[in-house]
Design a protein around this ligand. Structure first.
Ligand SMILES: [Zn+2]
Length: 82
């Protein structure tokens, strides 16, 4: 992912991303930490790399890329799961 990438998008033209589990539309940002031992970093010190994770503010389900890419078919998916 290129963090320097800037795209001008009109929010009103998009659609809200809903939680695949409870259809909530609000998310909280948490962080996962990945630990790399000195053997892996090739230095004398271990490295801890944080990774941002989005969680549904209601049911706490982690939002994955799968959730984002299937959001457009969310209605169908939910119906199938009932
Ligand atoms: Zn949820």
């Amino acid at each position: 992912m290129n963090e320097n990438l800037k795209i001008n998008l009109d929010p009103s033209q998009g659609r809200p991303v809903l939680c695949g589990n409870c259809k909530n539309d609000e998310f909280i940002t948490t962080s996962k930490l990945t630990y790399f031992s000195p053997i892996l970093t090739g230095t004398s010190k271990p490295l801890v790399v944080p990774m941002q994770v989005l969680r549904c503010s209601k049911c706490n389900k982690e939002i994955t890329d799968d959730d984002l890419t299937t959001t457009n078919q969310a209605t169908e998916l939910v119906v199938e799961n009932l």
